[in-house]
Ligand binder design. Structure first.
Ligand SMILES: Cc1cc2nc3c(=O)[nH]c(=O)nc-3n(C[C@H](O)[C@H](O)[C@H](O)COP(=O)(O)OP(=O)(O)OC[C@H]3O[C@@H](n4cnc5c(N)ncnc54)[C@H](O)[C@@H]3O)c2cc1C
Length: 325
């Protein structure tokens, strides 16, 4: 039984309880940098990588019991880590990573084809798999290096589409209550690069409604998207667009930043990309503090110079504020 008390001791007790149940799928003081595309930041107090649904449900049960016993518990779900910046001080709670869950992609052929996908499957894999099966609707996802779960939470999108355009419903395990539910896409509050999903609601799988298409046409579209991305976006250590477009489809954050001549703005080990003004690049061996400092400086200058307060699209983990408002 986990009881409330000293925060760190209670967290250690939760870690032990998780390890009893899940063995080597649980790690304490686990470095998070390598699990993110920025490749900076500190450790998770506890990192869990469940390998099947039963283990994930056990995590939900243990965490909900701990919470009911009064343990103050911060929980974070992580997929491909392509939209997060983890503070150098790390995350003082339990991180649940979805990448070891079963990565199945199954198709039901009815009036409209329905594809069911595990949360940890990467979007580029999903885009290519569905295209190869002659299904159209997810080609755009080839350019987004996230997982299906992270993409649902963020309502990821690009090239004129997004997750909301094809999502039917999702299975969720709530890490706060331990409950499993199926929730329709219309009840997720999906909007431009965001949703109403909370930090404790882990998307286990998603169902998409696609259309019958043409393999060659879908593959040609995919090749064109990949070519466009290579030409217009930098590789390396970044998390894609840092700030949400203030007016989607009309005012792009990149335009505002570029208009003020901020490409190449550098603080310590991080800089505004010279290739795409809404990307921030971290150096090899860089720090989250420097990435964050560049974000603050860009935000300050755009507010002063253009009268717009940019909001962070990247999720800031372990920082005192999220820059999302
Ligand atoms: C080079 C590059 C280009 C990019 N281009 C685009 C683009 O064109 N369009 C776009 O929308 N995004 C883009 N992104 C951002 C990113 O890839 C997307 O936001 C992606 O959907 C995040 O998925 P992830 O698995 O990496 O999520 P993570 O970074 O791991 O997490 C992001 C958020 O989702 C939550 N989360 C993760 N998994 C789950 C889950 N299973 N259940 C519930 N919540 C979860 C996390 O708690 C966090 O709040 C780009 C990133 C990079 C690095």
């Amino acid at each position: 039984v986990i009881s409330a008390g000293d925060g760190a001791a209670a967290l250690a007790a939760v870690g032990l309880r998780l390890a009893e149940e899940l063995g080597d799928a649980v790690e304490t003081d686990a470095p998070l940098a390598a699990l993110t595309t920025y490749r900076v930041g500190g450790c998770a107090a506890v990192l869990v990588r469940p390998r099947d649904l039963a283990s994930l449900r056990a995590v939900g049960t243990i965490l909900s019991e701990a919470r009911r016993a009064g343990t103050p518990l911060a929980v974070l779900v992580i997929g491909k880590g392509s939209n997060v910046l983890v503070a150098d001080s790390g995350f003082p709670g339990v991180v649940v990573c979805t990448l070891d869950l079963p990565g199945e992609v199954t198709v039901e052929r009815g009036q409209r084809p329905i594809v069911t996908v595990g949360a940890g499957v990467s979007l580029p894999v999903l885009a290519r798999r569905t295209a190869a099966l002659g299904l159209t609707g997810l080609e755009w996802a080839v350019g987004v290096p996230g997982s299906v779960g992270g993409a649902v939470r963020m309502n990821a999108g690009g090239h004129g589409s997004d997750i909301a355009a094809a999502l039917l419903d999702v299975d969720i395990v709530d890490l706060r209550t331990g409950e499993s539910v199926t929730r329709a896409a219309r009840d997720l509050g999906l909007r431009f690069r965001n949703s109403d999903l909370t930090d404790s609601e882990l998307v286990v799988s998603a169902r998409f409604v696609l259309a019958d298409g043409d393999v060659a046409a879908s593959e040609a579209e995919i090749d064109e998207i990949v070519r466009w991305r290579r030409e217009n976006q930098p590789g390396g250590r970044n998390a894609g667009s840092v700030f949400v477009n203030p007016v989607p489809g009309q005012v792009a954050a990149a335009q505002l930043i570029d208009g003020l001549g901020l490409r190449g703005l550098r603080i310590g080990t991080a800089e505004v990309s010279t290739k795409h003004a809404n990307f921030i690049q971290a150096d090899d061996g860089g720090t989250a503090a420097d990435v964050r400092a560049v974000m603050e400086e860009v935000r300050r200058r755009v507010h002063e110079g253009a009268g717009v307060l940019l909001r962070s699209e990247v999720r800031l983990i372990g920082f005192p504020d999220t820059m999302e408002h």
